[in-house]
Design a protein around this ligand. Structure first.
Ligand SMILES: Cc1cc2nc3c(=O)[nH]c(=O)nc-3n(C[C@H](O)[C@H](O)[C@H](O)COP(=O)(O)OP(=O)(O)OC[C@H]3O[C@@H](n4cnc5c(N)ncnc54)[C@H](O)[C@@H]3O)c2cc1C
Length: 421
């Protein structure tokens, strides 16, 4: 490259979103990525004909920034059924979404989780988050999600512990529900107005779609950046790259390390996901299964191939099991415990399931506790010529990563005198 490129460190959704905006404005970029491909936390591996997302995840189709940046039709999205199945006290209880599945209203209203009044509380919450604007929702006072559910919404303990807790523990990757209630309201609204979906070719297809617009010569894979040195970056092995500007688009803790603490390192929320292959799916529905009891390691389970048949070879089923917060060194015992619980749920057929892969993601999400956004969103510009983006700058989500990448590109374009996208 003859001109100095804008060097973007990290080719996750935030780095890709930023790169694509810059490339569209004719800016030369160079993406330095530690791994062997794009996507960061949003990648899909092909294993024995199964599509394994690196940890169970879904696209909320209502995410405003995903709608703006992704071509949904090309992704061939397949939707989960709204609602969930709750395994609790030896039974399976269906919690359908009565607004979108009115035929299920009776089973939902009179099932055994929570009080009857909790249905009205859910209706009130849904009305609240869908009537308000996103700006007004964000402007509401913040607290922990658990306080909001208990005190502001008034949900019964039973409703929280057997339904809302496992549902949102699987979203926030923490079981105390200490995550910001602002973030909760945002996510609840996304569930209420959109669908949870999987692209036909796996979640990684979203990253590939963003990457497609960036010329191949603008990437360097297996290039872990060791340190920043003014307007230069040092790649592991010692190579120095001169930059017109630098965008740090790595996970929060790594961003903190690279910038010498200019970015405060967020705590990490972790998760472990087990994938199994079976000749028959243990459930028929394209629904999320929640563990409504506070026992055993499993938080939630689903059969992605019930949602998108392309996730498994013909005649087979892919089962995904998520554990919240487990540590990697617990993994051997964890696998035994997970299988034990699956056997209680589904019987001896589980003995015929083969384990395809286990993913432990130590930094799955940055912690975003109550009041995390009281000071507003961080400035994309850190110091002269050095910018940053990532989910930790916005919301810990696909939406947040994409939005942060675009905002940083816009700030950079303004500084370069190239205008806005
Ligand atoms: C299991 C799991 C499930 C999830 N489920 C959902 C969900 O259902 N819905 C939702 O909205 N969000 C979900 N998320 C969150 C969402 O995936 C993330 O918020 C988002 O992908 C973060 O993107 P990012 O670009 O900020 O970071 P990352 O994707 O982490 O990208 C950072 C990139 O930087 C690279 N890198 C790091 N250090 C260096 C270095 N020194 N040099 C060069 N490169 C480096 C990394 O390899 C990586 O590619 C989930 C996350 C996980 C892990």
């Amino acid at each position: 490259m003859s001109v100095k490129p804008v060097v973007i460190i990290g080719a996750g959704l935030a780095g890709l979103s930023c790169a694509r905006h810059l490339v569209r404005q004719g800016i030369e970029v160079l993406l330095l990525e530690a791994q062997d491909d794009v996507g960061g936390r949003v990648r899909t591996d092909l294993v024995d004909g199964f599509r394994l997302d690196r940890g169970f995840q879904v696209l909320q189709t209502a995410y405003p920034e995903a709608r703006r940046q992704l071509d949904y039709a090309a992704l061939k999205l397949r939707n989960f059924e709204p609602g969930a199945m709750i395994r609790t006290r030896g039974k399976v209880v269906k919690m359908a979404d009565p607004w979108r599945r009115p035929q299920a209203i009776l089973s939902t209203a009179f099932n055994e989780v929570g009080e009857f009044a909790d249905r009205w509380r859910l209706a009130r919450l849904r009305w609240h988050v869908t009537q308000s604007t996103l700006e007004n929702l964000w402007a509401e006072p913040d607290s922990t999600t658990i306080d909001y559910l208990r005190t502001t919404c008034g949900f019964s303990t039973d409703m929280i512990e057997r339904f809302l807790l496992p549902w949102f523990a699987g979203v926030f990757f923490e079981r105390e529900l200490s995550t910001s209630s602002r973030f909760f309201r945002f996510i609840f609204r996304m569930f209420a107005v959109g669908a949870a979906a999987l692209p036909e070719e796996g979640m990684g297809a979203m990253s590939k779609q963003l990457a497609n617009e960036i010329p191949g010569g603008m990437y360097r894979f297996l290039s872990r950046v060791e340190s920043l040195d003014g307007q230069r970056v040092r790649i592991e092995g010692g190579q120095l790259v001169d930059a017109a500007a630098i965008v740090v688009a790595v996970e929060g803790p790594e961003a903190s390390r690279l910038t010498g603490g200019k970015i405060q390192s967020p705590d990490s929320r972790s998760t472990t996901c087990f994938y199994y292959a079976a000749s028959q799916a243990p459930i028929k529905e394209p629904l999320l299964v929640l563990n409504g009891d506070q026992t055993g390691p499993i938080n939630n389970l689903c059969v992605p191939s019930n949602v998108a048949p392309s996730y498994a070879p013909k005649g087979q089923a892919l089962i995904s099991v998520s554990v919240v917060g487990a540590k990697v060194n617990e993994s051997t015992d964890l696998e035994i415990e997970v299988r034990r619980q699956l056997r209680v749920w589904f019987g001896s057929e589980v003995d015929h399931w083969s384990t395809l892969k286990r993913y432990h993601i130590r930094h799955a999400l940055p912690s975003q506790s109550a009041h995390f956004r009281d000071g507003g969103t961080p400035n994309p510009k850190l110091v002269g010529g050095v910018y940053h983006c990532g989910d930790y700058c916005e919301t810990a989500s696909i939406h947040g990563a994409l939005l942060s990448g675009r905002h940083t590109a816009e700030a950079l374009l303004t500084d370069l005198g190239t205008g806005r996208t």
